[in-house]
Design a protein around this ligand. Structure first.
Ligand SMILES: Cc1ncc(COP(=O)(O)O)c(C=O)c1O
Length: 336
């Protein structure tokens, strides 16, 4: 997309990811449905997922100059930590992961992958200790003559969100003209992915209904985070050409507010808690597997898929809707 082109980006992902039609899944969900899966589980680096796109913009080449190490933080099975460690390895940098909590299963899932990707693991007891520990590790690296770049948890920063502006542009191009009203369902937690979609749709003037499905936090918190990140990301885009076809193009911030206000976020599918299985998520996983050959992860995408299926069957989607299910990855959680 033209407005993104001048922004520094380190290519890490295999793009564009495919938009896969899923007709048999659609038939099984509800009659008259049209479902496609945007396969961001296949962004490539370090087993892929949504974090790869975010890191492409978070790790811009100017910010990486002179950097010797990446430092970030997350839980013992963090997808973000896995992909950051993979990015460091790809870029020839060291990686320190501040992990809150000792995994009981360090030889499995993302905990195993953090180690296989060569990251140095520093364990703290509580989430609240992570920021201080990251600063301490950056200081330790500096004292040893290196230079650390601290990547915020989840890369859900305004820069990181630009990765999903890019994804929105891909989907806009991939959706055939004349398809029904487009609804995009995505898992949304720290809000960076949804923020990028909000900004991307505002920028493209693409009339899409966005739905964020929380795997953990209350819907209002997720909605607020996504809105704030989208608004903070909008000024990162260069201004439109002065004599471009759209003299009103600078109402972008207002359009972001409008798209954000229309965006729906639900926390009705969290169940007993983060990472805890629900019946609806298990059924969604079986349906996606058996009717689309698409494997969901149990923590994020299975719950987002459960929401999509429930809303379709409850008649909450308009007739003829084209549903895009954004598969944000997370597969290693299947193997814990
Ligand atoms: C697999 C997967 N899907 C979705 C999300 C949510 O994305 P975001 O934090 O950008 O809202 C995450 C974040 O951890 C994730 O790992």
């Amino acid at each position: 997309m033209n407005r993104l082109a001048p922004i520094g980006r380190t290519p890490l992902a295999t793009l564009p990811t495919p938009l896969l039609p899923a007709p048999a899944l659609a038939d099984a969900v509800a009659s008259g449905m049209d479902i496609s899966v945007k396969a961001d589980a296949w962004t490539g680096l370090g087993l892929g997922g949504n974090k790869v796109r975010k890191l492409e913009y978070e790790l811009d080449p100017a910010g990486l100059r002179g950097v010797t190490d990446l430092v970030t933080a997350g839980g013992p099975h963090s997808n973000h930590c896995r992909v950051t460690a993979a990015a460091a390895a790809r870029l020839g940098l060291g990686c320190t992961l501040v992990i809150n909590g000792e995994p009981t299963d360090a030889g499995r899932g993302n905990a195993l992958l953090h180690r296989l990707l060569g990251a140095r693991i520093v364990t703290v007891a509580e989430r609240e200790e992570r920021e201080a520990a990251m600063a301490e590790e950056a200081g330790r690296i500096r004292a040893a003559g290196g230079r650390a770049l601290v990547v915020p948890v989840g890369a859900s920063t305004p820069r990181g969100a630009l990765g999903y502006v890019h994804a929105a542009a891909e989907m806009h191009e991939q959706v055939s003209a004349g398809s029904g009203p487009v609804w995009i369902f995505t898992s949304s937690s720290s809000g960076g992915t949804l923020a990028g979609l909000i900004l991307g749709c505002a920028l493209l003037r693409w009339r899409v209904q966005l739905v964020g499905v929380s795997p953990d936090d209350p819907a209002a918190k997720v909605h607020r985070a996504a809105t704030e990140i989208a608004l903070a990301a909008a000024p990162l885009l260069p201004p439109p050409p002065p004599h471009g076809p759209d003299p009103r193009a600078e109402d972008l911030v207002q359009r972001v507010r409008d798209v954000a206000a229309a965006t729906l976020v639900t926390d009705a599918f969290v169940g007993p808690g983060y990472g805890v299985a629900t019946r609806a998520a298990e059924q969604a996983t079986r349906l996606f597997g058996a009717r689309a050959g698409v494997i969901l992860d149990p923590v994020y995408t299975a719950k987002a898929a459960a929401a999509m299926i429930a809303w379709a069957r409850e008649g909450r989607l308009p007739p003829g809707a084209h549903v895009i299910f954004l598969h944000t990855g997370g597969h290693p959680a299947l193997f814990r």
